[in-house]
Design a binder for this molecule. Structure first.
Ligand code: IMP
Length: 190
């Protein structure tokens, strides 16, 4: 079965293709010649994942899935959440975003946070959603060079290193996206 993943992020594409094996062929937006800026107009991960998948399904008539991820910091009323990519402005700078989180948490001891990913799958017009979560805390300063986004300031529970200090294979075993993708794969292969 061919399935379009509403992304051009090569890393995400190969990660999921690898987990799905030969039975499924995962196509990117570029593979279906979609250059559109796909709308993400809503205020929840669930609605945005849904909107992105539906956009592709309706415009291109293909079975597909879309994901949306946010960092939810308890003491910040679950911000930046759905605004994670552009928390510090439209430049989408990871440095700026992390600085803003650290600034907003200055003087606050309660630093629990989680990453949450929602995947919306649309097959023959029927939608199924999968959620993946990893719980942890926001460090007081950046640590580590690997990863992307908020990785240097996020330390998962039961670890004393940040996501940016962790080998990718280790991160994938426990991460929000890894957990959501595993649920999707289990569903598709059953
Ligand atoms: P997206 O929905 O996967 O594009 O994620 C939205 C934003 O959440 C990204 O721009 C990053 O800032 C942040 N993010 C998502 N996944 C991760 C992760 O694994 N580590 C750190 N930040 C992430």
């Amino acid at each position: 079965m061919k399935l379009v993943f509403a992304t051009n992020n090569q890393h995400k594409l190969s990660e999921i293709q690898n987990m799905l094996g030969d039975e499924f062929q995962v196509l990117s937006l570029a593979d279906i010649n979609c250059q559109d800026e796909i709308p993400e107009d809503y205020e929840t991960l669930e609605e945005n994942a849904s909107q992105k998948a539906l956009y592709i399904y309706e415009k291109f008539g293909v079975n597909c899935f879309a994901d949306d991820t946010g960092l939810e910091v308890t003491a910040l009323n679950n911000e930046p959440g759905v605004y994670s990519a552009r928390y510090a402005g439209s430049s989408r700078s990871s440095e700026g975003n992390m600085k803003k989180v650290l600034h907003n948490l200055e003087g606050i001891d309660e630093r629990s946070a989680r990453f949450r990913t929602v995947i919306s799958l649309l097959i023959d017009g029927v939608e199924t959603q999968f959620e993946g979560i990893v719980n942890g805390e926001i460090l007081h300063k950046e640590r580590g060079e690997d990863g992307f986004g908020y990785d240097p300031i996020f330390q998962p529970n039961s670890y004393n290193i940040s996501f940016a200090e962790m080998p990718l294979s280790e991160k994938n075993k426990i991460s929000h996206r890894g957990n959501a993708v595993r649920k999707l794969v289990e569903y598709l292969l059953k």
